[in-house]
Each structure stands twice: as structure tokens, then as C-alpha cells.
Design a binder for this molecule. Structure first.
Ligand SMILES: C[S@@+](CC[C@H](N)C(=O)[O-])C[C@H]1O[C@@H](n2cnc3c(N)ncnc32)[C@H](O)[C@@H]1O
Length: 238
């Protein structure tokens, strides 16, 4: 498939997006334009739970959590956040951006939730609800999806946690830049965090240059490291 023109989101036709099993038995997808897997081949569920839920969402205190996700994709991070919010009794405002939206038909094939599961309808609603509008998809869980490029999206809130889930720095170097992280820094609450699976040297340098304090944590499923970047309370936007 060809890359879309800048600014025009491209709905990926279901027949172009292939599902693959990962090491923990959960499924992921391969992007038909960029060629990368949506999750680690070591485990889609395992990685999402470790990096975004345990190191990110769980690091936020307080009853209300505002989340921004770079790369909605299959919605797995959003689904696991919805589950954790229910377990911990927290309300969530979830903003996300996606340049290559997926059809529900593609996502359903992954088998993340069965139709009998109480999370099936909220998960389906996450995918079929309108773009650019805030929708309550379950009690206490609101979602606002932006269809477009991260570079052209100015989030309209300040976030407690940012899930930075772009494709690998080798595939999309522009997304892991100081410019992008500066923008996200301006939308990070004092004391808020950005978490991501990549701990490459240039990623950490770009995050530090944007104003974050960067910490390496053990990575998911035997991977050496991941990153948690904090906006210290005393730092101001650069
Ligand atoms: C690693 S996958 C994220 C997987 C996703 N978080 C999930 O749980 O399935 C990266 C996502 O970023 C999207 N993407 C790629 N380039 C983008 C851009 N410039 N702006 C917004 N989204 C983009 C891809 O289409 C893909 O869905």
C-alpha cells in the first residue's frame, strides 16, 4: 500500500492488515504501509500490561487519570486501561491519535475480547465511536480519538500519563524527535509521566532535551529496558 498524503488519515482495508501470534499467545497486527508489528513479538498483552499499565497508568495517583496515547491502533492499551480503571475504581479521560484507523472487523479478529466478555461492547464502542468527539464508552471512562498525524494534532488537555506507542525509532525517526517530545511535554501535568518501550540512546536524549527527567526501568518480557520520563513539578515548558 502507498503512504497517504500528509494530513489525510488512511483507513486500512481489513484484507491488507494481517494478524500474527506473539510469544505470550496474544495476537498482533502487521502494518501494511510501514511493515512493523503493532506490538512486541515477545507478547502483545505482556508488553502492553508491563509498559503502559504497570509503569504508566499505575504510577498515577488520584481518582481521575487523564491519558494521552500516541497510536491508538488495535486499542489494546485502551482496553487494558479500561480494565485497570475498573479494578482500581478510577475515572479516565483517554485521548488518542491515529493516522491509519483500523476497521472493527480487523480488530475483532485479534480475539482480545469475546462477545460474552463484559468488556466486549465498550471495546467495540471505542472503535466505532466518532472521531474528534468525547464519548463515554463505559461508566467513568471517556474517550476522544483524533484521526490524523501526531505532528498535526494539538491535544486539548493536560495529561497525567502519556503512552508513547509509535512504531520503532528506526521505522519512524521523526516521531521520536525532540520537537515531538517538546509538544508532549507541554501537555504533561507537573509530576506526570511519559512511558515507552524504547530505551534507545537518542530517544532518551530527545526526551531529556524536551525537559523530562528520564529513568530506565526493566523492559517487558525479558527485554532489558524501557523508559519512564517524568515532568518534574518544578520544571516549566520549554
Ligand atoms: C506500535 S503501533 C501502536 C499500537 C497500539 N497502541 C495498540 O494498542 O494496538 C503504532 C500506531 O501508530 C500509528 N501511527 C503511525 N504513524 C502515525 C502518525 N504519524 N500519527 C499518528 N499515528 C500514527 C500506527 O498506525 C499504529 O496504529
Amino acid at each position: 500500500m502507498e503512504r497517504p498524503k500528509r494530513n489525510e488519515p488512511l483507513l486500512l482495508p481489513p484484507e491488507t492488515v494481517h494478524a500474527e501470534a506473539t510469544g505470550d499467545g496474544s495476537m498482533t497486527l502487521r502494518h501494511p504501509v510501514l511493515g512493523d508489528l503493532y506490538h512486541s513479538s515477545r507478547g502483545a498483552f505482556g508488553e502492553a500490561e508491563h509498559v503502559y499499565i504497570r509503569a504508566g497508568f499505575d504510577a498515577c495517583s488520584g481518582p481521575d487519570v487523564r491519558v494521552f496515547e500516541m497510536g491508538f491502533g488495535s486499542g489494546l492499551n485502551a482496553l487494558l486501561t479500561l480494565r485497570r480503571a475498573g479494578e482500581t475504581g478510577r475515572r479516565v479521560e483517554y485521548h488518542t491519535v491515529e493516522f491509519y484507523p483500523l476497521a472493527w472487523e480487523t480488530v475483532e479478529r485479534l480475539g482480545y475480547v469475546s462477545p460474552e466478555d463484559p468488556f466486549y461492547e465498550p471495546f467495540r464502542n471505542m472503535h466505532i465511536c466518532p472521531w474528534k468527539e468525547e464519548t463515554e464508552i463505559a461508566p467513568g471512562f471517556r474517550i476522544k480519538k483524533h484521526d490524523g498525524e501526531l505532528a498535526d494534532t494539538e491535544p486539548d488537555a493536560i495529561f497525567d500519563v502519556i503512552y508513547f506507542d509509535a512504531f520503532a525509532p528506526e521505522t519512524q525517526p521523526d516521531l521520536w524527535s525532540e520537537t515531538v517530545f517538546r509538544k508532549l511535554f507541554r501537555h504533561t501535568a507537573p509530576g506526570g509521566v511519559l512511558v515507552t518501550y524504547s530505551a534507545k540512546g537518542e530517544v532518551k536524549r530527545a526526551l531529556r532535551a524536551a525537559g523530562y527527567e528520564v529513568t530506565r526501568l526493566p523492559g517487558a518480557l525479558g527485554k532489558r529496558h524501557m523508559v519512564r520520563a517524568v515532568r518534574k513539578t518544578e520544571t516549566s515548558a520549554r
